[in-house]
Ligand binder design. Structure first.
Ligand SMILES: C[S@@+](CC[C@H](N)C(=O)[O-])C[C@H]1O[C@@H](n2cnc3c(N)ncnc32)[C@H](O)[C@@H]1O
Length: 417
């Protein structure tokens, strides 16, 4: 179902992934950090031609919405798990009957697998042993199936998409696994596999029947802070994106359950490896970071005078609070990282092009950080013009159970190339 622009503006949460769960292909994997495909579509509705770049492409919402609208796109995201999800979703053009045969073969040949003596504790908390054996049996069958590269990507996605629905404990929509909570319903791996692969095959058939022209959508599993020579000068007419927020969301931890089942993560130190190419947006990312060097970086010139007071306040508050979280250095690193991305974008965005960032402000330890204003200033310094912010919703307005009472908001930050 497609919403009109006025409907979209009225929608409860136009900046979140929730509505995507009704849209073909988008719904294959629920990425809690994702944003609305309808929003992307609304941005491109009245344009004659578009080449769209998403420097924080996540699970490829922008790329798919742009492709389904008939335009070319490029996305960038170095997260090793999320980028695989994106690449798999972009394989919706694969042969449907090959996908169906391979998924049926897996369903009929997968056998429960003996568990290793040592298991990450997250897995023993998230699954009964028999369920885990069955799940790992599906993984082994997916890994050994004989199929084309595209179909193998789709089968991998079908597998990772059943990891949460098959756990009986709370695998919250937000990042954490809650072993003490019980889900209202969970599925067996065999049932979940059937539901997921049937849905994927139906979506592929529908989209292939209705989309005769499929413009290229290219995904670069890379760091957007660095030069991306794969993207030509002045290539993008539009940037449509949502960066990480400065709100302590840990993108490495967010996919920990799936990556533990895949055998890619067994403890905290593995998460460190995943974070290394990511924008600094959580305090866990800050150990060993040289904040003085970052503060002196030229790219922070436009906001340094404003950044220093909250930086100093957070350095003090940290000593008074139990968690001693490194929010002071996190905000410095965050704005430096996003300044570097603006600098890279300047080369690849056409003169007169449009950049739209979906952003929210934050208030670590109750210290307000005016994110959209500072991001706008950094963009102007990098060569963009006319920053304009349109608020779409208030956040943190229900005080109960909140760590602070600072009202926050979310919305669209527009710049002209
Ligand atoms: C808010 S999410 C975007 C989600 C996306 N709009 C979607 O619908 O799936 C921010 C994304 O930025 C990515 N990211 C973090 N550091 C990055 C970097 N250095 N370069 C590019 N992307 C990065 C994260 O992995 C995350 O997927």
């Amino acid at each position: 179902m497609q919403l009109t622009i006025p409907e979209l503006r009225q929608a409860r949460n136009p900046t979140t992934f929730v509505d995507n769960m009704r849209l073909p292909v988008h719904r294959w994997f629920r990425y809690s950090a994702g944003f609305s495909a309808e929003f992307v579509r609304s941005q491109l509705e009245d344009v004659d031609e578009a080449t769209v770049l998403d420097p924080f492409a996540g699970s490829a919402t922008t790329l798919l919405a742009t492709q389904f609208g008939g335009w070319e796109s490029i996305g960038v995201d170095p997260h090793p798990f999320v980028s695989r999800v994106a690449e798999a979703k972009l394989s919706w053009t694969a042969d449907v009957s090959e996908f169906e045969s391979a998924s049926s073969l897996i369903a009929s040949t997968a056998r429960p697998k003996e568990l290793p003596a040592e298991l990450p504790s997250l897995l023993t908390k998230a699954y009964p042993r028999e369920t885990l054996k069955e799940l790992l049996g599906f993984l082994a069958a997916v890994e050994s199936v004989d199929a084309s590269e595209e179909v193998r990507r789709l089968l991998w996605l079908a597998f990772v998409a059943i990891v949460r629905p098959t756990s009986p404990v709370g695998t919250a929509q937000w990042q954490y696994v809650l072993p003490n909570r019980t889900k209202a319903t969970s599925m067996t791996p065999a049932d979940a596999w059937m539901v997921q692969t049937t849905m994927m095959a139906a979506d592929m058939a529908e989209m292939q029947a209705t989309r005769r022209v499929v413009p290229p959508a290219r995904f670069l599993a890379e760091d957007a802070r660095l030069e991306r020579p794969e993207i030509p000068d002045a290539w993008a007419s539009h940037v449509i994106t949502s960066p990480p927020y400065a709100n302590n969301y840990d993108y490495a931890d967010a996919t920990r359950l799936e990556q533990s089942v895949l055998g890619e993560v067994s403890g905290w130190s593995d998460l460190k490896e995943i974070r290394k190419d990511l924008v600094h947006a959580c305090s866990q990312h800050m150990s060993g970071y040289d904040t003085d060097e970052a503060l002196a970086h030229k790219a922070l010139d436009p906001i340094r005078d404003e950044l220093l007071p909250p930086y100093r306040r957070l350095s003090e508050l940290r000593l008074e609070r139990g968690g001693r979280k490194a929010y002071h250095s996190m905000i410095v690193a965050y704005f430096l990282d996003l300044a570097l991305v603006w600098q890279q974008l300047r080369r690849v965005v056409a003169e007169g092009g449009t950049a739209c960032y979906v952003v929210g402000d934050s208030a670590p330890y109750g210290v307000h950080i005016p994110v959209e204003r500072w991001l706008g200033a950094l963009a102007v310094d990098a060569g963009f013009a006319d920053p304009r912010f349109e608020k779409t919703r208030d956040r943190n307005t229900k005080w109960k159970n909140r760590k602070h009472r600072v009202p926050l908001h979310e919305g669209y930050l527009w710049l002209r190339g």
